[in-house]
Design a protein around this ligand. Structure first.
Ligand code: NAD
Length: 492
């Protein structure tokens, strides 16, 4: 144990949050780690007071000071306008890496018990569809932008390889949907293939995300580290939690260059709130990740051992575990009872689980700052030109009526290449159908693939808007280093 005192922001959160947070804090205190807890607020009550961010300024200031957060789940009130306070916290403090280990635990029987499931999902935490850029294009058509950057991809992919090195793991699997989304998921895949060459001792493989889901259900022990984009990671990390006993046992850490946030994967489970029945293991395991992160590896090892002994002996199983094992729920341990048992087991070692700590799997970084803090260059293309524009129009019409009209509006420097509906080309007709949702994309391109100056687009838009006030947005068609920065429509 280090003799340095740590300041940590503790956010109890909503629903069962205060109960699980109290449990983790009591165990850390009992293990003798010197922590000055700064208790702070976020979540439902804050929203109810009219703060639409869900994270008040005092809480932000505390996190700026401590740079380490232990938090309970925060409820996202169902309503219009409020963003998830969880996502807000992750984004405000740029915690780009969401790390979710899923490891077989003693005394927690699952379909995979004995297979040695021990994997980590490293999920990009800031980009993708979670950038939260959404627009209603018409009253009936919504759109979310999927934003994937080379810089964001490089950071998370390096993080995954560094974690593999640090934990002595042998394989990193990238999980993407690059076969369909070539410019977003494809960018992630290409970046993975580049970065992998810098880690020759680690096996690098790429699998399509749907296959990863299939393989996780069939043979999860084949995986070591899985690195993936935000939405993919959200889904498969819950899947992975299910492999090792459920949400009661699923920890996570959100790591950034400056701030790190540790929380259980589960939510506020409101129906269990205030009853002293919830399983606090997930947040306790998250707090073990936190202790390793702040350089308290010995205390982390002692608490981990005490949790494993408690699960192994099965004398303090909470309701969720008793249900899984078919036992009598009336005999289940309370949250407080489980916590007391873990505290009582500090100093003991599990007998059925090989120690994770030690040389084979060195625990987290010895300094508070993650050593994988990188600032990759923002990629600058060597050559670029803009060869056209997509204009999206809301209109009650048909493709066969709209097409010729747009051809007439194209002007001398542009030509109408096609009209598509929901990504499928409908003009010129290919015989393929797409339901009419009254939102059309008209693609205008330079007939000679030449760079088109802005004044040509502005004049075009002026002509289109004069006839079609329902135009909703435009996208320029760029070519970077000879590679089109846009996709074709289906059927084109
Ligand atoms: P949930 O995870 O809160 O609960 C789903 C069910 O899982 C519970 O009813 C319970 O049966 C079980 N469960 C969850 N945690 C458990 C534990 N520790 N021990 C035993 N059983 C447990 O999911 P939900 O009901 O979909 O979400 C409730 C609220 O939590 C929502 O407002 C949601 O937005 C929020 N949420 C927050 C976070 C976060 O703070 N990171 C994550 C997920 C959901």
């Amino acid at each position: 144990m280090s003799d340095r005192s740590h300041r940590i922001t503790a956010i109890p959160g909503d629903g069962v949050g205060p109960e699980v947070t109290r449990s983790a804090v009591r165990i850390i205190d009992a293990a003798g780690v010197a922590v000055e807890w700064e208790w702070a607020e976020a979540g439902a009550e804050v929203f109810k007071r009219g703060d639409t961010s869900g994270v008040p300024s005092e809480t932000r200031e505390s996190i700026e000071r401590t740079r380490v957060v232990l938090k309970g789940p925060l409820e996202t009130p169902v309503g219009f306008g409020e963003k998830s306070a969880n996502v807000t916290l992750r984004k405000l403090f740029e915690t780009f890496a969401n790390v979710r280990p899923a490891r077989e635990l003693p005394g927690v029987p699952t379909r995979y018990s004995g297979e040695g499931v021990d994997l980590v999902i490293v999920r990009e935490n800031l980009e993708d569809l979670y950038a939260g850029i959404e627009h209603m294009q018409t009253p009936d058509v919504g759109q979310t932008l999927k934003v994937i950057s080379r810089k964001g991809s490089e950071k998370i992919i390096r993080y995954a390889f560094e974690l593999a090195r640090q934990e002595g793991r042998r394989k990193v699997t990238a999980a993407t949907k690059a076969n369909i989304m070539k410019l977003t998921e494809g960018l992630f895949k290409r970046t993975f293939e580049e970065i992998a060459t810098e880690y020759p001792e680690i096996e690098a493989e790429h699998l399509i995300i749907d296959n990863v889901a299939h393989q996780l259900a069939k043979n999860p022990a084949q995986f070591d580290i899985i690195v993936t984009t935000n939405l993919n990671g959200d889904i498969i990390s819950d899947l992975a939690s299910g492999l090792v006993g459920g949400l009661g046992f699923a920890p996570s850490g959100n790591y950034g260059d400056r701030v790190s946030i540790f929380e259980a994967v589960h939510g506020s489970a409101p129906k269990h709130a205030g009853k002293d029945v919830i399983n606090p293991t997930a947040l306790i395991l998250s707090s073990i990740m936190m202790l390793r992160h702040i350089g308290e590896a010995d205390a982390a090892d002692r608490i981990e051992d005490a949790v494993l002994v408690t699960l192994e002996e099965g004398k303090a199983a909470t309701q969720d575990l008793v249900r899984q094992t078919g036992g009598d729920v009336a005999q289940a341990a309370s949250t407080t009872g489980f916590t007391d048992t873990v505290i009582g087991n500090l100093g003991r070692h599990p007998t059925t689980v090989p120690a994770r700590h030690g040389t084979e799997r060195p625990s987290g970084p010895a300094t508070p700052r993650p050593r994988w803090s990188y600032a990759p260059e923002v990629y600058a293309a060597i050559s670029r030109k803009t060869i056209g524009i997509d204009v999206f129009i809301e209109e009650d019409t048909t493709a066969d009526a709209l097409g010729p009209e747009m051809e007439a509006l194209a002007g001398a420097d542009l030509t109408l290449q096609m009209v598509s509906s929901r990504g499928t080309m409908v003009y010129p007709s290919t015989g393929l159908g797409s339901d009419d949702v009254r939102l059309w994309r008209c693609r205008f391109v330079s007939p000679t693939d030449a760079n088109v100056p802005d004044h040509v687009f502005i004049a075009l838009l002026d002509r289109v808007a004069g006839r079609h006030p329902g135009w909703t947005h435009v996208e320029k068609l760029h070519v970077f280093d000879g590679e089109p920065g846009f996709t074709k429509a289906q059927g084109q």
